[in-house]
Design a protein around this ligand. Structure first.
Ligand code: 1WB
Ligand code: MN
Length: 347
C-alpha cells in the first residue's frame, strides 16, 4: 500500500496528503509561452519566460509540471506521499483574456477530473476559474464541484491588478461559499500597484514578492468586510499563511483604530477572528519548525495542512520536515491528512 509508508524510523505509518502541488497542461503552457513573447511590465513574465520559453534545453520545471502519472507518481512512491491535491500552476489562466481564460480553465478542469478518475487514491484536484469573467467563473466552479467532483478551487492572487474583495468578483465568492469549496489563494507576481520596489534583487518572486502580494490579498479580504457578507467562505493560504497571522495582534489593534478614524470598514469580528474562522494555512515551501510551532499555537493544529509545492520544492525535505517536527502522533495525523481530508472533502 503506497499510502501507508512507514514514518521514518518510528515503525509507524502515516497517510501523507500534499495540498499545494502544481501541474500544467500543454494548452496552458503554449498560451503562456505566447504571452511570454510579448513585452510587458508584469512581474510574472520573468518566471513565465524562464519556464515556458526556455529554449531547446528546456526548463527544469516544465517537464515535471506537464507530467502527472510517471515521474510524479514515482516521486510520491519514493517518499511515501499517498496523495497530491493538484492545482494548475501559477499564474493559472489569469494572464489570458477572459474568453481564453474561461476555455482553458474548463480544459484544465476536465483534464484534472480525468487524471483523478484514473488514480482516485493518488490525486485530488482544485478547479481553476477565470475571475475576470465572474459569472462564467461561478458557473465553472459549480460544474467543477458538482459534475467533475473536484475538491475546491485555486486562484492566483490578483487578476489584472484587482482583488477578490471588489464587488465585481462577489459571484466567485458566493459560488465558493455555496459549493463549500475552499479557495486556495496561491501567489503570483505582485500587482502593478505594489511592483516597483519588488523589481530589484529578485524580490518579485518566491523569495518575498509572492508573499507580499498574497498576504495583501488576504488582508484585503479580511479588512474589506467581505467576510461579513460571505461568512462561510473558506480560504487556504500557502507558505505558512504568507505570514499573515504573525500580524494578528497589530492588525486587531490597528483595524479598530482605522475603523474609529473612519478609514476602515466596521467589521463584525476582529481580523484575527476572521483568520481563524475563514482561513486555513499550509506549510508549502516554508519548512521552519519555529514558524510551524507558532502557527499551531496561535491558530490551532486543525488549521494547518501539509504541502510540498511540487515541483518547485523537493519532496524529500518536505517529508523529513513534517516527519521530524515535535508534535504528538494525533497532531501529526491532522497535519499530514486529517485537516486536508476535512477542508478538501477527501473522505
Ligand atoms: C516558484 C514557486 C515558481 C511557485 C513558480 O512559478 C511558482 C519558485 C510559477 O519557487 O520559483 C509556487 O507555486 O510556489
Ligand atoms: Mn505553489
Amino acid at each position: 500500500m503506497s499510502d501507508l509508508i512507514e514514518q521514518r524510523g518510528t515503525g509507524r505509518t502515516v497517510r501523507r496528503i500534499a495540498t499545494e502541488e502544481a501541474f500544467t497542461i500543454p494548452e496552458v503552457a503554449d498560451a503562456l509561452r505566447e504571452v511570454s513573447r510579448h513585452p510587458g511590465a508584469s512581474l510574472d513574465l520573468p518566471l513565465v519566460r524562464g519556464i515556458y520559453d526556455a529554449g531547446p534545453s528546456g526548463s527544469r520545471f516544465l517537464g515535471r509540471l506537464l507530467d502527472v502519472e510517471e515521474q510524479r507518481l514515482a516521486d510520491m512512491d519514493e517518499h511515501g506521499v499517498a496523495l497530491q491535491v493538484l492545482s494548475l500552476t501559477a499564474p493559472g489562466v489569469q494572464m489570458f483574456d477572459a474568453d481564453t481564460a474561461c476555455s482553458l480553465a474548463e480544459v484544465a478542469n476536465d483534464y484534472l477530473a480525468e487524471v483523478i478518475g484514473r488514480h482516485p487514491d493518488r490525486f485530488a484536484g482544485l478547479a481553476s476559474f477565470a475571475p475576470h469573467a465572474p459569472r462564467r467563473a461561478a458557473a465553472e466552479m459549480e460544474r467543477a464541484r458538482n459534475r467533475l467532483g473536484l475538491h475546491g478551487f485555486v486562484v492566483n492572487s490578483h487578476t489584472n491588478d484587482e482583488y477578490l474583495d471588489d464587488v465585481k468578483y462577489w459571484p466567485v465568492l458566493e459560488a465558493a461559499e455555496a459549493l463549500d469549496g475552499c479557495i486556495y489563494l496561491h501567489p503570483r507576481g505582485p500587482a502593478a500597484g505594489i511592483a516597483g520596489p519588488l523589481r530589484d534583487y529578485g524580490l518579485y518572486a518566491a523569495m518575498w514578492g509572492y508573499g507580499v502580494e498574497t498576504a495583501t490579498h488576504a488582508v484585503r479580504l479580511i479588512a474589506s468586510g467581505v467576510l461579513d457578507r460571505f461568512p462561510g467562505l473558506r480560504i487556504c493560504l500557502g507558505h505558512m499563511g504568507e505570514g499573515v497571522h504573525f500580524w494578528s495582534w497589530r492588525m486587531d489593534f490597528m483595524q479598530r483604530r482605522a475603523a474609529a478614524w473612519g478609514h476602515g470598514a466596521k467589521l463584525e469580528l476582529t481580523p484575527s477572528e476572521y483568520f481563524r474562522r475563514n482561513f486555513v494555512i499550509t506549510t508549502s515551501g516554508q519548512e521552519s519548525p519555529e514558524a510551524l510551532d507558532f502557527s499551531i499555537r496561535t491558530l490551532g493544529v486543525d488549521h494547518v495542512l501539509w504541502a510540498i509545492d511540487y515541483p518547485y520544492q523537493p519532496t524529500g525535505p518536505a517529508v523529513a520536515f513534517m516527519d521530524g517536527v515535535e508534535v504528538s502522533d494525533a497532531e501529526r495525523e491532522l497535519l499530514y491528512h486529517g485537516n486536508a481530508e476535512r477542508v478538501f472533502h477527501l473522505v
